[in-house]
Design a binder for this molecule. Sequence first.
Ligand SMILES: CC(C)(COP(=O)(O)OP(=O)(O)OC[C@H]1O[C@@H](n2cnc3c(N)ncnc32)[C@H](O)[C@@H]1OP(=O)(O)O)[C@@H](O)C(=O)NCCC(=O)NCCS
Length: 173
Amino acid sequence: MTARVGVRRARPEDVDAIVDLFVAVVDEGRWLGTQPPIDRDARRAQFVEAIEAPAGIASLVALVDDGLVGHAHVDMTPYNVAGLGMMVDARWRGLGVGGALVRGAIDAARDMGAHKVALQVWPHNDVARRLYLRHGFVEEGVLRRHYPRRNGELWDAVIMGLVLDETSPGSGF
Ligand SMILES: CC(C)(COP(=O)(O)OP(=O)(O)OC[C@H]1O[C@@H](n2cnc3c(N)ncnc32)[C@H](O)[C@@H]1OP(=O)(O)O)[C@@H](O)C(=O)NCCC(=O)NCCS
């Protein structure tokens, strides 16, 4: 089954559902950089800020039958690389929602004038890594023993990038 998924810019009325989704995915404990506990009010304020930002940030939601099932955040750096983070409700994974969000996020990054989209992913997140590879990202390297976790572990992270501008000159030396 493929979900009939729509992707659009998030609106203020989406924020409670976005926070619920974020808390649920963080609580899975395996996929995101953020670790529990979550300060819901602080997160709520951050999501509202992202939605209301005049430029440089795209907050996208994925909807199935008007229900919010996914979220992507695209954030331009001052050097025109767009950072990407995303999550899909566990009950709706494997149905194409993530693919729709990645495509929406790449379009948003292009619209913002990004020459590249960049992200980091845990090495064990095979589904996410395959999803990004399918959409043209390449694995650019590994940050070894980089991120401290609350349990004392040091996790590696895979750096992935999608170059949008292949025609500007590269470094000339
Ligand atoms: C990573 C994540 C966003 C992917 O979202 P998703 O909705 O499951 O993505 P898709 O459904 O588009 O693709 C996932 C798989 O389902 C398959 N799929 C997509 N549509 C399908 C369909 N109609 N029927 C069967 N399989 C399908 C894809 O081929 C893919 O398979 P693969 O992993 O074997 O290559 C999601 O797993 C998630 O939110 N994980 C937790 C948070 C997270 O890891 N975020 C990213 C941090 S970097």
